[in-house]
Ligand binder design. Structure first.
Ligand code: 6R9
Length: 630
């Protein structure tokens, strides 16, 4: 790719240019894409609305930039290599040409079912290539996809279906988790009890029994049979919505982060090529699920736009044993491996024996994403997986940012353990104190903001623009607020310190404390609850819930189990509290605010640094909470 940087001085030069003349900079990057009509202006923006438009009035289709743009040169190159959960099951390799055919056929299926440009389609599928085909077919016909992680509960799915008024759901019969078959379609059936979804298309993965509703539910293989392999892509405006992805914030209800077409396309390819220094022919493997933004930007869109070979893995790191990742790397000669600190820590716990005997010499670049990587995990990854020769790119970004904003460029930026290092070209970071004053210079610590738009940034929260404004653009005037704390060290390197709001990061999955509290409060015996994070060896953060309950006719043990089940059912197993403590009261200020600071201290066991508790309504309650600590 012509837009790839090769040296540190090249990066520094481009960075300066991208700040001095952002429009010229991005116009040059965007030039290598296929636009049916070029833009009138590169950028129009204000952060008060917020109202951000990139490549104004340009027309394109993102899938034309994956397929038609590349087909004559790389049609026979593998686009997707799929590795199943079960090591004995055959892998699938799908070339760009073959993927194009499948996407065209499925685009025709969707249009046959009456799905049109602008309609919302939920994708609730396991990690199979058809999930990517489903996303790309939506993009090709101009439908807006919203992928929901297949581990989410029927309630969580129903909330999303209702919020975006989905017209169709694309799903599967079941999913493999280890050696178990998990129902997927059955969850959809439950979620759809009260909805107006007209069409459900079911991909057969496990062959398990499912119920199909006449006139609404169709088998993927049946509707695909006999479909034409030709499809003309819908013309999209640069600012037409590409997808909605729900994510947790500090309030109860997940919000639908909206990404649009042109800017997202340009930025995901650019960041992918540069951060990972991808060379044609390399096998690239990102272990995320497509239900997360990492799967969207760096399994599907970024790599496929760049003409890369992207490996999709259906399984988990520890099935059938903790050598599974290393076996897959050896088998497919993976060159770039991108995973999460939680997976690294989980595997680190098994020691180095599971790595012995696997040939990891194909690896060139290692990546990390989702949460701060602790130094110990960084060194383990670097020494035992990268054998000391592979640079680690610690990539910081968010659902809302659409793509990686702070990261080393592999092999170019000198790394430092636990540091995301430097911003990508075009990214204007700003550290502010709680009053919103910019902290200039090095050796400073504060809240991380961004003061200038970048192409793949959030445009709105679906159906509620004011929420987008309130959440991201109101805390500090004229800036996008990330919700993360950060330090800039004496070298100007950035280290992310974690969330400063009420968002918990469990194994790289975001959860709002309010969201978990709402689920706990659904239990009829619960009077009030407060949820905080505490340090967890493998997950990074664990969930600690303090709950006030009506204990009549109940034992503590069965109540705790019931509450855990409740949360699992309402949100999904990943939100299940690790610890639940039944308490007689919660520490509150005189104005009724829960003092989470104190609850956090108790949860992490820092009992001697409780700070000032004199403003509490009832200081004694803290003693009782400490006594009953889990
Ligand atoms: C891509 C993704 C976003 C939050 C983000 C931050 C944390 C992500 C990180 C990191 C430290 C990194 N985070 N990458 N913290 N170092 N390299 O994870 O998106 O699910 O929206 O989470 O994750 O706290 O604000 P998302």
């Amino acid at each position: 790719m012509s837009d790839r940087l090769h040296t540190l001085s090249g990066y520094l030069y481009e960075y300066q240019k991208s700040i001095a003349q952002p429009e010229e900079f991005w116009a040059r990057i965007a030039d290598s894409f296929h636009w049916r009509k070029r833009w009138d202006n590169v950028l129009k923006w204000n952060f008060d609305g917020p109202d951000v438009k990139w490549f104004v009035n340009a027309k394109l289709n993102i899938t034309e930039n994956i397929f038609e743009r590349h087909l004559y040169t790389i049609g026979d190159r593998p686009a997707i290599i799929w590795e199943p959960s079960e090591p004995n099951e055959p892998t699938r390799t799908i070339t760009y040409r073959e993927l194009f055919v499948e996407v065209c056929r499925f685009s025709n299926v969707l249009q046959d079912k009456g799905i049109k440009k602008g309609d919302r389609v939920i994708i609730y599928m396991p990690m199979v290539p058809e999930a990517a085909i489903a996303m790309l077919a939506c993009a090709r016909i101009g439908a807006i996809h919203s992928v929901v992680f297949a581990g989410f509960s029927s309630n969580a799915l129903a909330d999303r279906v209702i919020d975006c008024e989905a017209k169709a759901i694309l799903t599967s019969d079941g999913n493999y988790r280890g050696n178990k078959k998990i129902g997927v379609k059955s969850v959809v059936d439950e979620a759809l009890e009260k909805s107006s979804v007209e069409t459900v298309i079911v991909y057969q993965r496990t062959g398990q029994e499912v119920t199909m509703k006449d006139g609404r539910d169709f088998w993927w293989h049946e509707v695909m049979a006999g479909q034409s392999e030709k499809h003309v892509a819908e013309e999209m405006d640069s600012e037409d919505m590409l997808f909605i992805l729900y994510t947790s914030g500090s309030t109860g209800k997940p919000k639908g982060v909206v990404h649009t077409t042109g800017g997202y396309m340009v930025y995901t390819q650019y960041s992918f090529s540069n951060v990972f220094q991808y060379s044609p022919g390399d096998v690239y493997w990102c272990t995320a699920d497509i239900g997360w933004i990492t799967g969207h930007s760096y399994i599907v869109y970024g790599p496929l736009l760049a003409g890369a070979t992207t490996l999709m893995f259906e399984g988990v790191p520890t099935y059938p044993n903790p050598s599974r990742f290393w076996e897959v790397i050896e088998k497919h000669k993976v060159n770039v491996f991108y995973t999460a600190p939680t997976a690294i820590r989980a595997l680190q716990a098994f020691g180095t024996d599971p790595i012995q005997g696997y040939d990891l010499s194909s690896l060139k670049v290692l990546g990390s994403v989702g949460e701060p990587i602790n130094e110990e995990a960084w060194h383990w990854y670097h020494t035992h997986i990268g054998k000391g020769r592979c640079p680690i790119v610690d990539t910081w970004w968010q659902t809302e940012t659409g793509g990686i904003l702070i990261s080393p460029l592999a092999g170019i930026t000198p790394t430092k353990p636990a540091y995301a290092t430097l911003p990508l070209p075009g990214i204007q970071l700003c550290i502010v104190d709680p009053e919103g004053n910019e902290l200039k210079g090095n050796s400073v610590e504060g809240n991380l903001c961004i003061k200038f738009p970048w192409p793949s940034m959030i445009r709105t929260t679906y159906g509620d623009h004011d929420r987008c404004k309130q959440t991201y653009f109101s805390t500090y005037k004229g800036m996008y607020f990330t919700g993360d704390g950060v330090k800039r060290d004496h070298d100007g390197y950035y280290r992310i310190l974690g969330r400063v709001d009420d968002v918990i990061n469990v194994s790289g999955h975001r959860m709002g404390t309010a969201e978990v509290e709402n689920a706990i409060n659904e239990h009829p015996k619960v009077i009030e609850s407060a949820v905080v994070a505490y340090p967890h060896e493998v997950k990074g953060q664990g969930i600690y819930a303090y709950v006030i309950c009506d204990m009549t006719n109940r034992t503590e043990e069965n109540l705790i189990n019931e509450i855990k089940e409740m949360v699992s059912k309402i949100i999904g197993p990943i939100a299940k509290p690790d610890k639940i403590q039944i308490v007689p009261g919660l520490p509150k200020t005189r104005s009724g605010k829960i003092m989470r600071r104190i609850l956090r201290k108790v949860a992490e066991g820092s009992l001697d640094s409780m700070g000032d508790t004199s403003t509490l309504l009832d200081p004694d309650v803290v003693e009782k909470i400490i006594e009953g600590r889990k």
